[in-house]
Unconditional design. Structure first.
Length: 623
C-alpha cells in the first residue's frame, strides 16, 4: 500500500485552523446535569441513586477521541488495564479489571452478551469492534452475575451502538490516516488507515442503519528484534440495524453484523522454541444475527433479546489450529415499576454454546433471575438480586448480591456512601475442558465473593469525586501450568480506586483517576499495582477543542518465555495530544492526535514491540 508523509499533512491540517476559527461566543454557567446510569440495574436511575461507581463514556467523549480503538479508550478508566492495547494492532488483548482476567469480564453489545466459546476465556475479542459504530459505553466494575450471569465477576462492559437519525436519510463518513512506528524508527510514513461510512434514517415508524468500516495497519513487528519483519493487521466491519414501531405498545428491532480481522503474528519456532519473528498468521471472523421485540404496558415492559453468533478462527503456525463455534443466547425479562421508589425485573437467560475440537462439544445455561431496586425519599437506596445458575455440566448454583447506598443533599449536589456484597459462579470454558492445548475435563467451577465500599460527592456545578475499596476472594481459580487445573489455594485480590471530574471552569474539563491493585497471595502477570490517568480538555470556542492526556503504569511482573522465569517490567509514562476543528456549519470536522509525545521506550509485554510517537489525522463528515 502506498505510504504518505503524515507529518507534512499534519502541518497542512493545523494551518486550516486559522482559516476556520470562529469567534468565541459567550456561554452560560456550566452545570452538571443529573447523569443517568442504566447497566447496574437495567433501569434509568440518577447516578446519586446508584450503588456503584459506574463509568459512563458518552457520545461527546467518544467524539473527542476519534481515531482511537475501543481498547485504547477503555484503558484510560480506573480499575482497568487492557494489556496489548499499546502494542502492534494485532496483539492479543488482556482485559485485566480489578486484578481479574478476560474470563471474568462480560461484554454486552446493545444489551446482548457476546463471547466466543472456542477461545480459552470464552470472551469477546475487542479487536473485532469498530469504535466508530459506538454511541456510548457503560462499565460496571465488580460482580454483576445476578443480572448478567456467568463471567460477570469483575466487570460488565455494555457497548451501545449508534442509533438511526430522525431524518429520512442521513449519512456520515470518517477517514483517519496515521503513522505506525517504533521509538527508534520515526519515519512518519502513513501506515495506518481507518475508514467508516454509514447511511441511516427514519421513515415514519421504520428506522434503518447500515454501516461499513475497514482498518489496515502496517509497519511494526510483533516481536522486538534487531531485524524485524512487518506484521500487518486488516479488519472490516459490516452492520445493519432495523427497527419498526408497530404501535405505541409494540416495537421490534433486529440486527445483522459481520466482522473479520486478519493479522500476522510472531511465535516460537523449532528448534529453540524461543520467541522470534515468524510468518505466522491469525484470522478471526464472526457473524451475528439478532432480534429484540418489546411490549410496553402501563408501568412496565416485556422484552426478549435473542442472538445467534457463528465464529471461525484459524491460527497458522507450528502449533496452529482451526476453531469453529456457535452460540445462541436468549434473555427474556419483565420490568415493572410499582411506583417512584420500587422497581423490579424478573427474567430468564438461556444460552447454548458449541465448539468443535476433536469432536463437537457443548453446554447450556438456563438461569432465572430476579432483581429489585428500592429508591426511598429519605436517601436510602437498595439494589438486590439473585440468580439460579443451571449449567448442563455443573448443575445448579445460586448467586446473589446486595448493594445498598445512602445519599444526602449537600449544597447543590449530594454525598453518597455505598457498599456491595456479591457472589459469582464461573464455569470452565469449552476450550479449557476439551480444547487442543492443556484440556482438563475434571476442572471445577470458579467461585468468587466480592465486597466493596466507597464514598462519592457530586455537585451540579460540575465537580465529582469518589473512592471505592474492593476485595475479591477466588476459590478454585483456574490456572495453567502444564495444563489447566484448579489452584489448590484461594486467591484474594484487593485495592482501591479514586476518580475525580471537574467542569466548574467555563469550557474546561478535567478528569483524573488512580488505581491500586494487589494480589495478597501468589502472582498475577502484567497487572500494575499502581496506575493513574489524567485528562485536560478545553473548548477554545464552540467548534475548536484540544486535550492532553497523561497515563502512568507502574511496574508489573511478566514471564520471559525463553527462560520461563518471571521478570519485573519497569514503570512508564505516556502523554497524548488531541485537537479538533469543526467547519462548514459543523458538518465537517478535522482532527489530529499525537500519541506517546515524548517517545517513551518501554515493554508492555516482555519481548513484544510497543508503539513510539505516532501521529493521526482525520476527517469526519456528517450529512
Amino acid at each position: 500500500m502506498k505510504k504518505t508523509n503524515v507529518l507534512g499533512v499534519l502541518f497542512f491540517g493545523v494551518s486550516m485552523v486559522g482559516f476556520a476559527q470562529q469567534q468565541q461566543t459567550d456561554s452560560t454557567k456550566v452545570e452538571q446535569l443529573n447523569e443517568v446510569v442504566v447497566t447496574d440495574s437495567r433501569f434509568k436511575l440518577k447516578r446519586e441513586n446508584s450503588g456503584k461507581t459506574v463509568i459512563k463514556i458518552s457520545k461527546k467523549e467518544l467524539e473527542n477521541h476519534q481515531g482511537r480503538t475501543i481498547s485504547e479508550l477503555i484503558n484510560t478508566k480506573s480499575g482497568i488495564e487492557i494489556n496489548g492495547s499499546r502494542s502492534v494492532a494485532g496483539q492479543n488483548l488482556g482485559n485485566f479489571i480489578r486484578g481479574g482476567n478476560n474470563r471474568q469480564v462480560l461484554v454486552l453489545i446493545d444489551g446482548i452478551q457476546v463471547n466466543d466459546p472456542s477461545i480459552v476465556a470464552n470472551d469477546f475479542d475487542l479487536r473485532l469492534m469498530d469504535l466508530n459504530t459506538v454511541e456510548s459505553i457503560e462499565i460496571i466494575k465488580g460482580a454483576a452475575s445476578t443480572l448478567y450471569g456467568n463471567a460477570a465477576a469483575t466487570a460488565v462492559i455494555n457497548i451501545t451502538t449508534k442509533k438511526a437519525s430522525t431524518k429520512q436519510i442521513s449519512g456520515s463518513f470518517l477517514t483517519v490516516v496515521g503513522t505506525n512506528q517504533t521509538q527508534d524508527d520515526l519515519n512518519y510514513n502513513g501506515s495506518s488507515f481507518t475508514n467508516n461510512v454509514s447511511v441511516n434514517g427514519s421513515l415514519n415508524k421504520f428506522t434503518y442503519l447500515a454501516s461499513f468500516g475497514n482498518r489496515y495497519v502496517d509497519g511494526l513487528s510483533a516481536a522486538k528484534s534487531d531485524n524485524p519483519e512487518k506484521d500487518p493487521f486488516s479488519r472490516f466491519n459490516t452492520n445493519v440495524k432495523l427497527g419498526y414501531e408497530i404501535n405505541d405498545a409494540v416495537e421490534v428491532n433486529a440486527f445483522a453484523s459481520y466482522d473479520k480481522f486478519k493479522t500476522d503474528i510472531d511465535g516460537f519456532p523449532a528448534p529453540t522454541y524461543s520467541f522470534a519473528d515468524t510468518n505466522d498468521k491469525y484470522i478471526s471472523e464472526q457473524a451475528r444475527f439478532g432480534i429484540s421485540p418489546k411490549f410496553n404496558y402501563e408501568n412496565g415492559s416485556v422484552q426478549i433479546n435473542a442472538a445467534f453468533s457463528k465464529i471461525n478462527r484459524e491460527t497458522i503456525s507450528e502449533f496452529g489450529s482451526t476453531n469453529e463455534a456457535e452460540s445462541f443466547v436468549v434473555d427474556a425479562f419483565n420490568k415493572y415499576v410499582f411506583n417512584e421508589t420500587f422497581y423490579t425485573i424478573v427474567g430468564v437467560n438461556y444460552s447454548d454454546y458449541k465448539s468443535v475440537f476433536t469432536d463437537e462439544e457443548s453446554y447450556t445455561n438456563t438461569d432465572p433471575y430476579l432483581n429489585v431496586v428500592y429508591v426511598s425519599d429519605f436517601g436510602l437506596n437498595i439494589n438486590a438480586g439473585t440468580r439460579f445458575n443451571n449449567h448442563s455440566e455443573y448443575g445448579s448454583q445460586l448467586v446473589y448480591s446486595l448493594n445498598p447506598s445512602y445519599s444526602i443533599p449537600v449544597n447543590s449536589g449530594y454525598a453518597k456512601v455505598f457498599g456491595s456484597y456479591a457472589t459469582s459462579f464461573i464455569a470452565p470454558n469449552l476450550s479449557q475442558l476439551f480444547g487442543f492445548f492443556g484440556a482438563n475435563p475434571d476442572l471445577k467451577p470458579e467461585e468468587n465473593v466480592t465486597i466493596e465500599g466507597g464514598l462519592e460527592f457530586s455537585n451540579k456545578n460540575g465537580f465529582r469525586i469518589n473512592g471505592v475499596y474492593f476485595n475479591r476472594k477466588e476459590e478454585n481459580t483456574i490456572i495453567y501450568t502444564t495444563g489447566y487445573e484448579n489452584a489448590t489455594e484461594d486467591a484474594t485480590v484487593h485495592g482501591f480506586e479514586v476518580e475525580a471530574e471537574l467542569k466548574t471552569i467555563k469550557n474546561l474539563t478535567f478528569s483524573a483517576n488512580y488505581t491500586f491493585t494487589e494480589l495478597k497471595d501468589g502472582v498475577r502477570l502484567r497487572i500494575p499495582k499502581h496506575k493513574a490517568n489524567t485528562g485536560l480538555g478545553y473548548n477554545f470556542c464552540k467548534n475548536t477543542f484540544a486535550s492532553i492526556n497523561y497515563q502512568f503504569v507502574g511496574s508489573r511482573t511478566d514471564t520471559n518465555f525463553s527462560t520461563f522465569a518471571n521478570e519485573e517490567l519497569e514503570a512508564f509514562s505516556l502523554i497524548d495530544l488531541y485537537f479538533s476543528q469543526k467547519i462548514i456549519k459543523n458538518k465537517v470536522k478535522l482532527f489530529a492526535s499525537v500519541t506517546n509525545v515524548f517517545n517513551e521506550d518501554y515493554f508492555e509485554i516482555l519481548g513484544y514491540t510497543t508503539k513510539g510517537r505516532n501521529v493521526n489525522l482525520g476527517l469526519h463528515i456528517n450529512l
